[in-house]
Structures are given as structure tokens and as C-alpha cells.
Design a protein around this ligand. Structure first.
Ligand code: NAP
Length: 243
């Protein structure tokens, strides 16, 4: 059976790098996005020019109906989803907890945790016995992201717990569930947090003395999805340059 990977939020950043890498490794790649159709198409065109198989899928992964439709659409256009990367994530402007509104808190939880829950639920209903998924958490789950985005950190901490619990629930079926916790990676998410140059400001605090590139996270995701990680489940890999 061919390997079909669904990557949520693959129009840019870590998701786009993962899509290109997994296409090179022989997966049929479902590139999900929510707003940025042009960017998703650019990722797909690059994959196809290099001989890979992929398609783009617009869906809001915080919405249950969208998620069910997404899995149905991927199945009819590329084949049943055998691998999942729960990568889509959001954060909002840097702030202290006392300035975070309830509306923002709930949006943050939905964009990082509810999305992971919904896609994981749909995936394990349908995936084969050797299926594997990787959740994209964050180093913020451990740091707590004080004065920046405690809401985001809390949602990612819950992604870690979901990873562990789900892994133990489905282990007997042979399905593996792991996560990565990226550190400071050069992507547009920092612009959304209100500080596009955040990685450069903080990079001296990283033991390796530099920010990470999306491909460096993609490499870890690809490893955890692959048979090279066949005896690893319920684990979280820090991709943080030593933090
Ligand atoms: P990014 O460049 O901001 O890209 C976010 C992606 O998520 C985009 O493809 C976006 O689609 C998609 N997305 C957002 N909400 C969505 C929704 N409701 N439904 C479907 N897709 C949605 O982010 P990134 O930096 O690559 O981050 C990827 C993951 O790594 C996230 O989970 C993030 O929390 C995590 N992470 C990043 C860093 C870092 O330093 N960059 C560090 C730790 C963890 P559109 O383009 O259509 O909007």
C-alpha cells in the first residue's frame, strides 16, 4: 500500500519543509492549508517539479466537519491516510496572561490543541495497523513562554499529554504516536507574535548559538514517522539546539 501523509498547515514554515522532504522520501503528500492557497500551490508545484506526488486541501482543522471532509477528500484523491503530521498551529501577539482575553485563549487552544485532537481522532479511526503520527508541540510547553504567550504554551503542554495518552491507547494496534518540540525556528509565526526578528534576538541564549531552520524540524518529524523509529512511541523529541 502506498504511504499517504496528511500534513496540516503545510503551506509554509515547518509544514512546507516537511511536505517537500516526505515527498522526496516517497510519500504521497496531502498539503493542508486554511487561507494561503497560493503558498500551498507553490509547495505543490515544487514537489511535482521534483517528481513527487501531492495535492492541496483547504480545510480549517479546528472545525470537526472540515476535518472529516479533509480525510474523505485526501482518501479519494491520494488514497487512505497512513501517516499524519499535526503541524498547524497559531499564536497571537506577545502579552502577559492578565492581558489575554478569554476569546483569544479559546482561539489559541482551538488552533493548537483542538485541531490536534480532531485530526488524531479521525486518523486513528481510519489508519492501518502500521500507521504513525507526529504532533508538533513547542519548547514553549516546557518554558511556559512567560510575558509572551502563556496561552500557547499551555495548549502545547496539552498536546504533549495528548501524545502520551493516545500513544498508549493505540500501541496494541501497532500505531505509533510521537511529537517534536521545536525551539526557535525561522518562520513567519514570529511575525504573528508581533516580533518577526524574535529568533535573532534570542539566538545567543541557544547552546548552539543559532536559530533552527524548518528543514531541521522536518528531518526529526520524518525520522519519527519512519520505520527507523519503529520501536519509539509516546515520546517527545526536543528540536531546540540544546535548550
Ligand atoms: P507558520 O509559518 O505560521 O505556518 C502555520 C501553518 O498553519 C500555515 O500553513 C497555516 O495555513 C496553517 N494553519 C493555521 N491555522 C490553521 C487551521 N485552522 N487550519 C489549517 N491550517 C492552519 O508556522 P510554523 O512556525 O511553521 O509552525 C508550525 C508548527 O510548529 C506550529 O504548530 C507551531 O506552533 C510549531 N512551532 C513553531 C516554532 C517556531 O519557532 N517557528 C517553535 C515551536 C513550535 P495558512 O498559510 O493557510 O494560513
Amino acid at each position: 500500500m502506498s504511504k499517504v501523509v496528511l500534513i496540516t498547515g503545510a503551506s509554509r514554515g515547518i509544514g512546507a519543509a516537511t511536505a517537500k522532504l516526505l515527498a522526496q522520501r516517497g510519500y504521497n503528500v496531502a498539503i493542508n492549508y486554511v487561507k494561503n492557497a497560493d503558498a500551498a500551490t507553490d509547495v505543490a508545484n515544487e514537489i511535482k517539479q521534483n517528481g513527487g506526488m501531492c495535492d492541496t486541501f483547504c480545510a480549517d482543522v479546528t472545525n470537526e466537519c472540515d476535518v472529516i471532509q479533509l480525510f474523505n477528500d485526501v482518501e479519494s484523491r491520494l488514497g487512505p491516510v497512513t501517516h499524519l503530521v499535526n503541524n498547524a498551529g497559531i499564536l497571537f501577539k506577545q502579552s502577559t496572561l492578565s492581558d489575554i482575553s478569554l476569546e483569544r485563549f479559546l482561539n489559541t487552544v482551538n488552533g493548537n490543541l483542538t485541531s490536534t485532537f480532531l485530526c488524531a481522532k479521525e486518523f486513528i479511526k481510519r489508519c492501518p495497523s502500521d500507521g504513525a503520527m507526529v504532533n508538533v508541540s513547542s519548547g514553549a510547553a516546557l518554558s511556559g513562554a512567560p510575558f509572551e504567550y502563556v496561552d500557547y504554551a499551555a495548549a502545547k503542554g496539552a498536546v504533549d499529554s495528548l501524545t502520551r495518552g493516545l500513544a498508549l491507547e493505540v500501541a496494541e494496534r501497532g500505531i505509533r504516536v510521537n511529537a517534536v518540540r521545536p525551539g526557535l525556528i525561522y518562520t513567519d509565526i514570529h511575525r504573528d507574535g508581533g516580533e518577526p526578528e524574535r529568533v535573532d534576538r534570542l539566538k545567543e541564549k541557544i547552546p548552539l548559538k543559532r536559530g533552527g531552520q524548518p528543514i531541521e524540524v522536518a528531518n526529526s518529524i520524518a525520522y519519527l514517522l519512519s520505520d527507523d523509529a519503529s520501536f519509539i512511541t509516546g515520546k517527545i523529541l526536543d528540536v531546540t539546539g540544546g535548550i
